[in-house]
Write a new protein. Sequence first.
Length: 191
Amino acid sequence: METLVEKKKYTYEEYLQLEKQTDARYEFWNGEIFAMAGGTKNHNEIAGNIHFYLRDNFRPKGCRIFAEGVKLELQKNQYYVYPDVLLTCDPTDNDEYFVTSPTLLVEVLSPGTEAYDRSVKLAQYRKIKSLRYYLLVSQSLPFVEIFARTNENELFTYDVAEGMEAIIQMPALNFALSLGKIYEYIEFQSL
């Protein structure tokens, strides 16, 4: 994540105005604005694959699925991020610009954001009472890390799914997702 060149504190209203005036996406935290960098083709396709399979399963159930272009409100008027994919099944989650009650969050890991996704975002996401699953998805090999809420507290379990035949079980959502579907049509770069 890259900070804008001009260092100044922005109000929430200025942040919203900036986003309306440009085609760029910015994350917002405590008055600071961070430009979102473009991703790789694999990053985009992986997020698209996940979005597609979630949409086919959850949209008929009244849930909404968004990929990359919808903000998540972590702290009202203070902290907004753009997860790569998010799922909300809360009928009151109907703001035009952001989601407040996600059930599932997905971040496709990039070298520039991986540490942030694993630390700061994980710490913030764990505070969301509605969240049941947080997936960290590699774009360089078929490997997904799964954080699953075990109860109504902040306690999450950690598991991994590895290889194209692996299946991610999400019993709280009555859903399973294969890595074969996540990585469909992806060509991995040799290391």
